[in-house]
Design a protein around this ligand. Sequence first.
Ligand code: SAM
Length: 254
Amino acid sequence: RGTVVLAATPIGNAGDASDRLKALLEAADIVAAEDTRRLFDLANRLGVRVGGQVVAYHDHNERGRADGLLDRVETGATVLVVSDAGMPTINDPGLAIVRRAIERGLPVTCAPGPSAVLDALALSGLPTDRFCYEGFLPRRHAERVQHLRALQAERRTMVFYETPHRIADAMDDLLEAFGPDRPMALCRELTKEYEEIRRGPVARIRQGVIDDAPRGEIVLVVGGASDEEAAAATPTVLDVDALARLAVARADEA
Ligand code: SAM
């Protein structure tokens, strides 16, 4: 039997590619890449030749492709899974093949490396002993507000991914949910030439976003609630499923 290997790729700085990543790119029988063109760009930058077969493996086909790739693992192939940047499965494809590999009892391992979550968390200066990764905030305002309100009493440091075109709206909603004084960090273009970390209370970071719109890739890190903030946060999480079940049950009774 072969193995599935999830491999992290640089999030900006090609120098962060590990020797192991380079060796795997050269030696893997199959490379399942989120975007095959970007894979070849990366290989060029790293000065390595991709030795095996390259297949597209992205959000839209990962479930359909997982079993076919695992059939190859069963007959001895090493299947390398890479996304466009950072760690596969972290807001990137990869979970489907990991799950199926576990279900089928096939080996899966990881060649770890860069991921924007940990880079931003470590640079934020906020507590790192407990944190939660929240991925991208919902795109729509109403959902984003509801989502953030549900986090008002969260004690752990929170990490969010964000895009430049939504950052101003997201900052308005962070201000509303967490108030002006909650400490946070806006981390942008990590590991790249224009890396920048803006640290301060939510209100100041929001004003900075208005005065000098951040470009490029962004991670927001927000401090968790203090004792007082957690106690003051009003419970706003509605268990919509429970309410729906109740409504159905009542309709059935009637
Ligand atoms: N798998 C990746 C990882 O492990 O970080 C994340 C992929 S997700 C589709 C892309 C998002 O990650 C970006 O929108 C941004 O929020 C964040 N990101 C990736 N690279 C970054 C960088 N160099 N600087 C800041 N944020 C980055």
